[in-house]
Design a protein around this ligand. Sequence first.
Ligand SMILES: [Zn+2]
Length: 282
Amino acid sequence: MPELPDLEVLKEILSRRVVGREIAAARALRPGTLKTVAPPLDALVGQRFTAIARRGKLLIFTLRSDLHLVVHLKVAGRFVACRSDTRPTKATGLVLRFVDGQDLRLVENGPVKLAAVYVARAPHEVPAIEEAGVEPLSPAFSVDRLAEMASGRRRQAKKLLTDQDAIAGIGTAYADEILFAARISPIRFVNTLQDDEVARLHAAIGETLAQAVETVRARTQDRLVEEEIRDFMKVYKREGEPCFTCGTRIAEIRYAETRTYYCPTCQTKGEEVRDRRAWLTC
Ligand SMILES: [Zn+2]
């Protein structure tokens, strides 16, 4: 699932590729992908994208001040570029055709097809944007703001980091990386964090995400990738492999569909989280 660094880089790549090109046709091929009825998708025809922005995990393609295409890739949504005469597949959910004979398509390979597309007069008409929390790489995300969030409600650190209405753009992979960098357990209740721990968590959020944007940008270059680049990560999907800091084997917590990776020495004082019901407490 693409997260803030992946989407930030995708935004840059798409900006270079599609801004300024005239749209000849726009079609939603899968029922359910297009979440809005007005303005219609046809409102894009004859228009050009003027800018692409990211808010949380959503991309906002602006055509005019009162016309935006908003895309939430969710789990498996990806953009591909191809010639317009390429036959769409069952994976194709949205086709944007440009007058130069090229398409930008939204595809979802695999059984999970949750990508959502909105045509809106203003981005905040899209609920996920209206409700989105603070951007973690913006100046608005201060230590005080994080301390306020942490003290507000009894919940676990990973739950806070992945709550899009609190902090926008972090998913399960980067939450694990951030908590490893901060040396904080993923199931730690945030209302018990000391001031120095909140400061460490705040620094880890900014540093982990900013470094990941750089790494993903350097690795992706100008390609539209089908898989997120995650092989530089320190705990994510490294269960059983040695921690880069202390050599302890990275452990995994499985709960429902969620996987959490952490170092039992660096993050949980040598304890392995054996009780999966730990995840049920908030
Ligand atoms: Zn370790």
